[in-house]
Each structure stands twice: as C-alpha cells, then as structure tokens.
Design a protein around this ligand. Structure first.
Ligand code: KG4
Ligand code: ZN
Length: 340
C-alpha cells in the first residue's frame, strides 16, 4: 500500500501553521508561526492584523513544512485546510493557499472543521481511543464539550454562554497586570499563590453542561475595584497577584472539571480527551487525572504542540475525511461560525 501524505494548513486565528502527516498519524513536520508578539500589546487577537500576518507567512510556513517532511508537492495525496470556524479574513488566507496548491497539482482539497481537528488530536495520540469519548475543546475562542462517536463525528453537548475559558484567562491576566497570553502567565503566578485566598464564583455549576466565564472575570474586577468600579485599581504586591491568580485559575478549572464529570456520567463516556490552548493548563490536567469519576475513563492528553493550534491535527482529520471520500473542490469557502 502506498503512503498517504496529507498537508494540513491552519490559519483560523493567530497561528499560521502547516504540517505533513503520513497515514493519518505519523507527523513528518509540524511548523507553527505564532503571532503573539503582534497582538500582545492589544491583549487579544486583532483580526485585521492577524489576517495580514497570515498572508506574509503562509507560503514560507507551507514550504517549510514540505521541506522538513522531505515531501514534494506532487507527492501529496491531499491538501487539508481549516475552513471553519474562525476569523473570516484569516481562514481565507489558508484556503487561498490550499486552493492554489490543489489547482496547480490537481491534488484533492479537503475543508476541515477546526474544532473537530482539535478533537482529532486525541485520535492521533491514541488511534484506538475507546468510544464514546468525551472531549473538551477550550481555547481563546471556544469552550465546549463534545460527545464523540468516532473520528470526525462529534456532537456538541455543552458550550460557553459568554466568554471562552482562554478568554477568561487572558482578561483576568490583563486585570492583574500579567502578560498576554493570560493562561501561561496566570498558571506561572498561581504556582506561588493560595487557591483558597479568594472564593471566586463558579457560575452555572449546578445547571446544564454549559459554561459561563464572564462572571468570574467581573468578580475579579469587582474584588479589586468594588462593585460598580467605585475604587481605583489598587497597587498589588507580588504575593497578592499570586493569590488572586491561583484563586482565579482554581475557579475556571473547577467549572471545567465539574462539567466534564457530569457529561461523562450522562453520556457513559469511556474515554476523555482535551484540546485547545487551555488544555495545556497543568492544574486542569492534574485535576482530571485525580478526579474519582474521570480517572475511571481512558484519559488521553495530546502532547502540548497538538493542543494549541497546529497543522498536524488538520492533516490528521483531513486524512480521515479523504479515506471516507469527503473531498471538496475549488468552491470551498470559509465559514466564521462553528457547526451546531
Ligand atoms: O488554541 P489556542 O492556541 O488558540 C486559539 O485561541 O484558538 O488557545 C489560546 C488560548 C489563550 O487564551 C491562552 O491564554 C490559553 O489558550 N492558554 C492557556 C494555557 N496556555 C494557553 N490557558 C490556561 N493555561 C495554560 N497553560
Ligand atoms: Zn484552536
């Protein structure tokens, strides 16, 4: 049997990424350019800046991925590209590059759902993942739970009603004067803090499988400036920042783990995977590992570079879609919203 070589292109947010994957799981290259430096002074991703950066980066990144994999464009079995959900201008850059390469070589083109690709990182890490599986995808733009029946087959069973978990980390860090992106900086500060110092709310804990994180962020702001923002921002000592970071992180992780546990019981999940930038969080991983209900499941934590945005997960899901005949053509378009 000849090798199946899929190029995956990702440009839905602030990473320009490309990867070559052999036979669905073997990552031959995985090249990522992060735009963090461009967006950090705005403490969030600025869509126009992001799409402009993708236009200058996409070709070198794509060629770099092919070169590193030692694969020529004509050897590719298919080209997979994220076409939803994401910022429309950003998605269009990856799609234009993928279409050009597809047209040049007559190579099949496959549009890939970014969220399903995050979930697919679990199947790339453990191809014989027990089913049904529960998957948490939590990043700067999304926070949702999925009941997964197989590769590319997932039903959303809960999602955030307001901010994404990563967004809550980013905004919390901004309030605390910590660097962007907020997840890693809050995690680092929390290491020296007391998670019990301040009891932040755990919204919607007793209801549904949905999340809500905007109230936690507001609670942090009100804790510092009074409800109604009546006080100026206080000067915080390093110890106070660490205590607040630890307490804030604990509240977000508590919400995620509680809903994971409830969903696992409700859907009879046999395995659990996590994806998206927030899946890099150490406390989240520890809490999942030590949870009495969740530790009964087969737990698959993809390696860190498969959690944040990358082209390998896109190529991996693309290989599955190709094998099942789900191929697109040059009419492939970008869609900003997630599938319901
Ligand atoms: O998936 P991702 O790389 O990009 C998208 O948003 O699509 O996720 C980035 C998000 C940011 O909000 C960042 O603060 C968060 O993931 N993040 C973390 C950690 N590392 C990144 N959140 C909590 N703990 C972390 N260690
Ligand atoms: Zn993502």
């Amino acid at each position: 049997m000849t090798d199946n070589l899929v190029l995956g292109i990702e440009s839905s947010c602030d990473e320009t990424a490309a990867a070559v994957v052999r036979n669905g799981t073997e990552i031959l290259s995985n090249v990522v350019h992060s735009q963090i430096e461009l967006h950090s002074r705005f403490r969030g991703v600025v869509p126009e800046i992001a799409s402009r950066s993708h236009t200058t980066r996409v070709l070198p990144i794509l060629l770099g991925a092919l070169r590193e994999a030692e694969v020529a464009p004509e050897d590719l079995t298919a080209i997979a590209v994220t076409n939803r959900p994401g910022m429309i201008g950003c998605l269009l850059v990856g799609i234009a590059a993928a279409k050009s390469l597809s047209w040049l070589g007559g190579t099949p083109l496959i549009g890939v759902d970014h969220i399903l690709a995050h979930i697919h990182a679990g199947f790339m890490t453990r191809p014989d993942l027990a089913l049904p599986c529960l998957s948490l995808v939590a990043s700067g733009g999304h926070s949702a739970l999925y009941h997964v029946r197989g590769p590319g087959d997932a039903e959303r069973v809960g999602s955030t009603r307001d901010d994404a978990a990563g967004e809550a980390f980013d905004k919390g860090a901004a309030i605390l004067g910590l660097t962007y992106p907020g997840g890693p900086s809050i995690q680092a500060a929390a290491k020296d803090g007391d998670p019990e110092a301040v009891k932040f709310p755990r919204p919607l804990l007793h209801k549904s499988l949905d999340f809500s994180f905007s109230g936690v962020k507001t609670a942090l702001l009100y804790h510092l400036r009074g409800s109604g923002l009546t006080r100026p921002m206080p000067e915080l000592s390093r110890a106070e920042v660490c205590d607040l970071a630890a307490s804030y992180q604990a509240a977000i992780v508590d919400c995620l783990v509680t809903k994971l546990r409830r969903a696992a019981e409700q859907f009879g999940s046999k395995a659990l995977t996590i994806g998206g930038g927030v899946a890099r969080n150490e406390l989240l991983r520890e809490r999942i590992t030590s949870d009495p209900v969740l530790s009964e499941l087969e737990q698959v934590f993809p390696p860190m570079d498969l959690c944040s945005d990358n082209g390998a997960m896109v190529a991996g899901l693309g290989a599955h879609l190709f094998a099942t005949g789900q191929v697109d053509d040059l009419r492939l378009d970008a869609t900003a919203t997630a599938r319901r």
